[in-house]
Write a protein of this length. Structure first.
Lengths: 315, 608
């Protein structure tokens, strides 16, 4: 063996590198696509409004300022609601809590679901059976109904609501992540670490989890959207955030009686929820495309820099 | 420029294929001619552009690519000036293409008969005529249509049968040109032998102009009349096969030939480091200059021209040939070196002793009563075709396959089937190198992290220290530059990845290394380098080694003892010299016969 340590091939430094903070690369990459731009634009619009809104509200959101169900006027641009409060002020103030709670619920769902999914995929056998059959039972309920069930047991406190929605996400996440983790756990690099006698928990966290970035990012986007939909849905039927604090979901419910006199009291929060969810979904879609594109590109690079590989190169 | 007198049927002139958008050229300025009845071999490593060239010859550019310049004329008609409809008429009728993987080339939902008939009826043969032709062509590829093969689905056929069906489809309409792209890659040697014989016979009897694209120098040497060696998208050497392989003028051709293992010659393989430059990143001068052992300054300035060598009809693209300094002395002759020393016959207990091992997949038994002993500091090669159970045996030893009975003793101690109950020093002592380095390295870890993992897990070292001396030493032992320590696997070539996988095992100082087909996903030039590395490491570290391979030709270059497996049983074992020179089992003899070999014309020319 006379060949010295080979100099790194020149292309190694110029090929696309996405490793450190890969999620950030995917996010910025997605935001640069037309689809991602549209999606993130819509989301940012609503988020900005919800976060800075409370500082710009002209009236306290709980104060009765005019006659109930008043149509828009110069003093009250969106009119007043069923109890005579300023709709604009309530819209501006009614979003940030929803966003915070939806995000928290998403995180709970992702963490629990991912843990269950990876464990099922890696441990196999009866543990897989127990985890996934439990998931199947929960999935038999529509998600909203399951969340409703939990809320009615746990009670409609703000943080219990978050936990309930988060729990209702977990089975869905678990299913997706298990499928992806099964694929990863069969790969040789996992076996290579297993035969060093390392604990299963380390294999799961060190080898499998980092290779689930793409499905995790997509799931996070999706679950955030669903969190918003379910939370507003729960608020609408009266199980969510309790009045009198303003929130978009409950506003739609309480003001639907005055739809004829001041439609804005219903339409304004509805539009915001619609814009937010559509935007989130679009952006998630962009993430999926970019992340898959990167994965595919990696595969192509592996093939091109490659091998006379028997199995991997499609004809 | 052709040596044959027959008029050229396929004429490729100045063909350039480039990527749409970036304009990076995949193949550049390629000119070849193929006459009727002639087989042109196109040889190159992966990434050389040979498949793109093969497809362009039938007028096709893959998605994302376009024909940027040049022409491909079949019987005088320029393929690129034809409309898509006209091209479609020619395809299957006047020209045919046999892709690498038959299982993806044949429609899985059509019966074989329907599939073949489709081609015939599409190109104007109907009814009884089509049926007759169908029977005829099937018989020609050695498939008997009476045995109901027409009514089976492709997945019911073996790989070799599928490939023969694909070849039958290609020849069905008696085309004038046929392009075969690696039709035997992925097939066992025995199957490869029958497919190669079929191809050779069909090409000869049909008088077709054939192009055989392959990375396998020996197969091309056996099959082709003329050969074009492709590197970095250009033809670097072309001429009669006996001339090019017998007296290669280009350093790349010489390197390729030196890297080829042989079941007859023992000795060291000489590999070529590195990978072909990627399209769009090719150097201004000779594409091979960065890897060339004979590189001079002029090589990196401008691309040399294809100029004649001292043999008629042989052209090479090399500065040395231009200046008349090339020495074309036989690369094959120089490759055969000293014999591998016999293992030290010692009375010491074997490192690994397998006794009466039966292994199962569910209800199915895949290994039957395996007996195997690996003496200290000895490499035992286990050779067999796919399905022979050789990988299962390796996995049983390493603890990756747990469903077995019998006894495996390591250093005198019996091993449990699973990894979980094996003590740490056993896990450390037996190290495993996986077949495919593209799958065995976690893409999210740096090289340093990957090599540090077994040390941390098995030698109880503190975590997170990825570039201390122990790690760097392991990298150096595997002939890697220490700079790779902070790289990720996808920044490395296939050969470098496999070195990282080897370094990872060295870091814990094992006594037994189990290598499972470690070179089968690598190019032959890289394979040679990796095999040499393993051989050197085995010597230096006094390792016992189990080297699993399907390639019987490799054995002489690495092992001292060999075990031949077939259908889950050991059919023959002994020292390499005994088994390969005087095979006793019919199966071993068959395997040895089926290995492609250079003809006497080529090896003879090398002595001249």
């Amino acid at each position: 063996m006379t060949a010295p340590a080979p100099a790194p091939p020149p292309e190694a430094t110029t090929a696309p590198r996405v490793r450190r903070r890969e999620w950030l690369h995917i996010l910025t990459g997605a935001a640069r696509t037309p689809r991602g731009m549209a999606g993130s634009g819509l989301v940012l619009l609503v988020v900005l409004l919800a976060v800075t809104g409370p500082f710009f509200a002209a009236y306290p959101p709980l104060q009765f300022v005019t006659t109930p169900g008043a149509p828009p006027s110069s003093k009250f641009p969106l009119g007043s609601d069923i109890l005579g409060r300023d709709v604009l002020s309530r819209v501006l103030d009614g979003g940030w809590q929803l966003l915070l709670m939806a995000t928290a619920a998403m995180l709970i769902g992702i963490v629990l679901g991912t843990a269950a999914g990876i464990a099922a995929a890696q441990l196999r056998g009866w543990r897989d059976g127990v985890i996934m059959r439990t998931v199947d039972v929960i999935l038999a309920f529509p998600q909203l109904v399951f969340a409703l069930l939990l809320v009615s047991i746990l009670g409609p406190t703000r943080w219990l609501l978050v936990v309930a929605v988060g729990l209702s996400h977990a089975p869905q996440v678990a299913r997706v992540i298990r499928a992806a983790a099964l694929d990863v756990s069969e790969r040789d690099f996992v076996k290579a670490v297993e035969i060093t006698g390392v604990r299963q928990s380390r294999v799961m966290s060190g080898e499998i989890l980092p290779n689930l970035l793409t499905p995790l990012m997509v799931e996070a986007g999706l679950r955030l959207t669903y969190s918003i939909v379910i939370m507003t849905g729960l608020s609408f039927i009266g199980f969510g955030l309790q009045p009198p604090a303003p929130n978009w979901g409950y506003m739609i419910n309480e003001n639907r009686i005055i739809l004829t006199t001041n439609p804005w009291a219903v339409v304004a929060p509805a539009i915001l929820i619609a814009v937010l969810t559509v935007g989130l979904n679009t952006f998630t879609d962009a993430i999926a495309r970019v992340a898959l594109g990167i994965e595919r590109a990696e595969k192509l690079i592996a093939e091109a820099s490659g091998t006379g590989s028997v199995a991997e190169i499609p004809a | 420029m052709t040596v044959t007198t027959a008029p050229a049927r396929l004429v490729v002139e100045g063909l350039t294929v480039a990527a749409v958008g970036s304009g990076a050229t995949i193949i550049e300025d390629v000119s070849v001619r193929v006459a009727a009845g002639e087989v042109l071999g196109v040889v190159g490593e992966s990434g050389s552009g040979k498949t793109t060239l093969g497809l362009a010859m039938v007028g096709h550019a893959r998605r994302g690519l376009e024909i940027a310049a040049g022409s491909v004329c079949l019987d005088g008609a320029d393929l690129f000036s034809l409309s898509p409809a006209e091209l479609r008429k020619l395809r299957g009728a006047a020209m045919a293409y046999v892709p690498q993987d038959p299982s993806s080339a044949i429609n899985p939902s059509l019966r074989v008969g329907g599939q073949l008939k489709e081609i015939l009826t599409t190109h104007g043969r109907q009814g009884a005529e089509a049926d007759a032709r169908l029977q005829e062509v099937l018989a020609e590829v050695g498939l008997d249509s009476r045995h109901g093969i027409l009514s089976v689905y492709p997945h019911q056929l073996s790989g070799g049968q599928q490939q023969r069906v694909a070849i039958a489809m290609a020849f069905a309409c008696r085309p004038g040109l046929i392009v075969l792209d690696e039709p035997t890659t992925g097939l066992d040697v025995t199957t490869q032998r029958t497919v190669l014989e079929t191809v050779a016979r069909m090409c000869a009897s049909y008088g077709v102009a054939a192009v055989y694209v392959s990375h396998d120098v020996v197969v091309v040497g056996e099959l082709s009349n003329r050969v074009a060696v492709v590197y970095s998208g250009r033809v670097v050497e072309t001429g009669a096969t006996a001339d090019v392989f017998g007296a290669p003028a280009h350093p790349y051709t010489q390197g390729l030939l030196r890297a080829v293992p042989s079941p007859e010659r023992s000795g060291r393989l000489v590999g070529m480091e590195g990978v072909p430059p990627r399209p769009g990143q090719r150097p201004p001068g000779c594409g091979f200059a960065p890897r060339c052992p004979l590189v001079i300054e002029r090589c990196t300035v401008a691309m040399p021209e294809l100029v004649p060598t001292d043999r008629t009809g042989q052209l090479a693209r090399c500065v040395l040939v231009e200046t008349g300094q090339a020495h074309t002395e036989g690369a094959l002759a120089s490759a055969s070196g000293q014999d591998l020393a016999e293992p030290a016959e010692s009375g010491a207990a074997p490192v690994l002793q397998v006794t009466g091992l039966d292994a199962f997949y569910g209800q199915r038994q895949v290994l039957f009563g395996i007996h195997l002993a690996v003496p200290q500091e000895t490499c035992v090669a286990i050779v067999g075709e796919s399905g022979s159970g050789k990988t299962t045996l390796a996995r049983c030893i390493a603890g990756l396959h747990t469903s077995w009975t019998g006894e495996v003793r390591y250093g005198g101690r019996p091993l449990t089937p699973g990894i979980r109950r094996r003590p740490k020093d056993v896990l450390r002592g037996i190290q495993y190198v996986f077949q495919n380095p593209y799958a065995s390295l976690n893409p999210r870890r740096t090289v340093g992290g990957l090599v540090a993992q077994p040390v941390e897990n098995l030698a109880g070292r503190r975590r997170g220290r990825h570039n201390d001396e122990k790690i760097l030493d392991a990298l150096r032992s595997a002939a890697l530059s220490v700079e790779v320590v902070n790289r990720y696997p996808d920044q490395l070539s296939g050969g470098e990845r496999q070195r990282v996988a080897i370094a990872r095992t060295l870091a814990v100082s094992p006594t037994l290394l189990v290598c499972d087909e470690v070179t089968s996903s690598l190019d032959v030039s890289v394979q040679a380098a990796v095999v040499e590395l393993l051989r050197r490491l085995q010597r230096q570290h006094g390792l016992a080694m189990v080297f699993i391979t399907h390639n019987i030709a490799l054995i002489r270059s690495i092992a001292q003892q060999v075990v031949v497996m077939h259908d889950g049983q050991i059919v023959e074992s002994g020292t390499v010299a005994d088994v390969l020179d005087h095979p006793r089992a019919d199966y071993t003899r068959q395997l040895l016969d089926d290995v492609p070999k250079f003809s006497a014309a080529i090896t003879g020319a090398s002595d001249a």
